[in-house]
Design a binder for this molecule. Structure first.
Ligand SMILES: Nc1ncnc2c1ncn2[C@@H]1O[C@H](COP(=O)(O)OP(=O)(O)OP(=O)(O)O)[C@@H](O)[C@H]1O
Length: 610
């Protein structure tokens, strides 16, 4: 029975049961056998008397995770214990003495072989099939964690190295259902196990909406927030099926999603699911710690630009950072609003405090209030024991970044306004006001002025947020920055994947001539995909695959940079004049130039009314 089994034990036991099924005849065979499972690169360090020490590189669980101060690799320790038990028929205990989780770059496992004879495994393992399921779930759980940490790229690399036919065979042979769905929610691929589990043999499923096949498919959260989701439903055969949905990669958001279907036939499955949820909560916490303590958060010197319009935005942002003023960042999706908010926080006197990001569009409206302001124990059914602090409380002494503020429901806007004015929060179900000291940075890709006119956004809140407005230009208006961005993004990819990729001149030309509807995020995605596809060290145009993604496939004419700059300058002047009702002094101030300079430019661009 697994009642009261801790998360660590579930992993350990899952590993143990898999390990005890490996066919191993000698100690020296263990590294190769475990390596074949894709769980890491092992070396036997020493084997003396009753102690065996193993050095474990590229461990499945922890490699590239962030240090969280404790070892993480219970799946691997269990696995090693299982293999050794099978080999020696003695009681074995394995401890992890080094781990990425404690800041090392590899793991070290210490196994103790006791004189007691035993060949027992764990009594909850029933059949080979359940072990496969166990491995699938354990690996799934580990992958979910890694997904949060944005390192799935390496995993995608591994997949690429398998030949296509192998991938297809594997896809259909998996003991659990697999469905690949595109961003519109349509099924792209479905494996045979899914068809069998759902009882939909003989039907054409590709191209149909997933929700026609699986009820309660909440994939918007997966796409927007990149968060794995887990839920259950009853199949037409009356079986309970667990669905785990996740993005293909946290970095390649808004594209494909992968859904796993697992029969919820055993208590064990529930335990593993619980452990997945717990580890996700843990990882979310670590993520938060990372956002707060990250050794390399975005700073102003990481945002490089040659575009004068963007330069002015950065100058204004840097000045505003040193104050406590509320800031509103406006820009299309993927232009770097989050990055700028981080840089502002880093430049402010609050830099040692927390930086908490809340995506208002990704949190269902009924949960937003408790997410932002927290709740007391018993505030509603399902409320956690001891209550929970909201994001505002967590951001105390630091900055809260309210992303996609335009998606906040009107009822919440009123509450937010009160918090901003009174600087206190009340948890749901409580009457106690808690004082908070939080700097607010809001961001939106929507036209808030228009929303105010249409009555969808509160005017008073708009003015409260719009103290300093930073308008981020889309990437198509600053193509001169593309080489910088490519350099920075490739440097990061190379570091993460241990590669030495560079971009070919022809590919760079291609990047410069594309219109980038998805802005820097799209550029990042294109380069990550190219990094996977590139065979040598140079990314070529065919690796970019720009034409295949997004609606806007138009390749813009290449113009000399001076022309592009003049065009952008003209547009910025028009925008500034419009914003200040034609008042040149204020427009010039906002543009960061003198009134005379503005006048001269207006003459040059034919903007003076005759
Ligand atoms: N100057 C930059 N250098 C390197 N990467 C950048 C830069 N600006 C943005 N990025 C990258 O582009 C991606 C999108 O940035 P970010 O999330 O800040 O955009 P956003 O405008 O907040 O997007 P959304 O509105 O969709 O939330 C991120 O992965 C970020 O790391």
């Amino acid at each position: 029975m697994l009642i009261n089994t801790s998360k660590h034990e579930v992993y350990y036991q899952a590993g143990y049961s898999i390990g005890s099924q490996l066919l191993v005849n000698a100690l020296e065979e263990i590294p190769a056998k475990i390596g074949e499972l894709g769980m890491g690169d092992l070396k036997l360090q020493s084997a003396k008397n009753d102690k065996i020490i193993v050095k474990w590189h590229e461990c499945l669980t922890c490699s590239h995770l962030l240090p969280i101060g404790e070892p993480q690799c219970y799946l691997e320790t269990g696995l090693l214990a299982g293999v050794l038990n099978k080999l020696f028929k003695k009681k074995v205990e394995v401890k992890e003495t080094k781990c990425w989780g404690t800041g090392e770059k590899y793991c070290e496992m210490e196994a103790t072989i006791y004189p007691t004879s035993t060949s027992e495994g764990f009594n909850f393992v029933f059949s080979e099939e359940s072990n496969k399921l166990l491995l699938a779930l354990a690996v799934q759980s580990v992958q979910a964690n890694k997904n949060y940490q944005k390192v799935l790229l390496g995993y995608m690399n591994d997949v690429k190295e398998l030949s296509l036919s192998n991938v297809e065979t594997l896809f259909h042979m998996m003991p659990f259902g697999l469905i690949i769905v595109d961003s519109q929610g349509k099924v792209v691929e479905i494996n045979k196990t899914s068809v069998h589990m759902l009882g939909i043999g003989g039907q054409r499923v590709q191209g149909r909406l997933l929700e026609e096949i699986i009820p309660l498919t909440n994939y918007s959260e997966i796409l927007t927030a990149g968060k794995p989701q887990v839920w259950t439903f009853q199949s037409t055969k009356g079986e309970t099926i667990i669905v785990i949905g996740m993005p293909f990669s946290a970095r390649v958001k808004n594209e494909y999603m992968l859904f796993q279907l697992l029969p919820a036939e055993r208590e064990l499955v529930y335990h593993l699911l619980e452990s997945i949820t717990k580890s996700e909560i843990g990882i979310e916490y670590n993520y938060k710690v990372r956002e707060v303590n990250c050794s390399k958060p975005f700073q102003f010197n990481h945002i490089r630009t040659l575009n004068w319009c963007f330069k002015n935005v950065l100058i204004l942002a840097q000045k505003a950072a040193k104050t406590n003023a509320t800031i509103l960042i406006v820009g299309e999706s993927g232009t770097g609003k989050g990055v700028l908010a981080q840089a502002i926080h880093q430049e402010s006197f609050r830099r040692h405090g927390p930086f908490i990001r809340v995506n208002c569009a990704a949190i269902p409206s009924e949960l937003l209030e408790s997410e932002l302001f927290g709740y007391e124990e018993g505030a509603f059914t399902g409320a956690k024991r001891g209550g929970k602090p909201g994001k505002f409380e967590l951001a105390d002494g630091g900055t809260i970044f309210l992303d996609e503020i335009g998606d906040m429901p009107l009822s919440m806007q009123a509450k937010l306004l009160t918090v901003l004015q009174e600087k206190v929060v009340e948890r749901l179900g409580s009457t106690k006001a808690r004082k908070i000291d939080v700097r607010v940075i809001a961001a939106t890709s929507r036209n808030l002025e228009k929303m105010v006119q249409e009555g969808c956004f509160r005017e008073d809140l708009f003015y409260r947020l719009n103290v300093v407005k930073l308008l981020l230009p889309p990437l198509r208006e600053r193509p001169e920055d593309i080489p910088f961005l490519v350099e920075d993004i490739l440097k990061r990819i190379n570091e993460e994947c241990g590669k030495k990729l560079r971009i070919s001149p022809a590919a760079m030309e291609y990047l410069l001539s594309y219109s980038w509807p998805g802005n820097v995020r799209e550029l990042e995605n294109v380069l990550e995909r190219a990094a996977i596809l590139a065979e040598g060290q140079e990314i070529q145009p065919q690796h970019l695959m720009i034409d295949y993604f997004g609606q806007n496939k138009s390749i813009k004419k290449i113009s000399p940079l001076c022309e592009v700059q003049m065009e952008a300058e003209k547009e910025a002047i028009i925008r500034a004049l419009e914003a200040f009702g034609g008042e040149k002094s204020r427009a010039a101030k906002a543009l960061g130039i003198s009134r005379q300079a503005l006048y001269a430019k207006m003459v040059r661009y034919g903007l003076l009314k005759k």
